[in-house]
Design a protein around this ligand. Sequence first.
Ligand SMILES: [Zn+2]
Length: 190
Amino acid sequence: MSRISIEGSDEFKERTTEALNLLEEKDPVNFRRLNRHIKKIVESQNGGFVDIQERVFYESLHRLDDNAAMYAACMAHETAHLVLTDRFGLDWYDEDRIPISWIKHERVAYGTELRSLKRIDPENPRVEKLKAMISDPIAIPGRILRDLENTLKADPNCPAETRIQILEDIQRKIAHYNFSKYGPAGLGYT
Ligand SMILES: [Zn+2]
């Protein structure tokens, strides 16, 4: 049984408990990690992210296609971010605002999600999507650039020219980054 507190609607609590039980049964290593690193799971409008300082995982019901296996694997994904931060002290940004650490984080998190989903539900259609994302060196940086662009757009202190310049600069650096330095995607099961 999980001791994590869950905040949200009755349906959210029910579906979160179902996913936690599934994770405990099929992927106990990531279930233990989750219990160690996450304090609370909270329903929110935009789910699928974790507050590293507060140790809170935010999730939304409409993101999950009513699929408990996908939800459980997402839990493993968000937990991986906290494990990385605690174990290796990875920061989101390297020097010059290059989100290389962020890319490393996501690569390990998606890899962990894939390995978890394969344990929980190997036939799940998301398995192939995750495999494709991890094997494409541009997919994860592309996602991160889009997120970063949205963050910069929402920043009133960042005019359009500055935003374009920052993104171009990062794109250039990512293009020259040695992806083989990333190592394996996903946390180990030992
Ligand atoms: Zn992530």
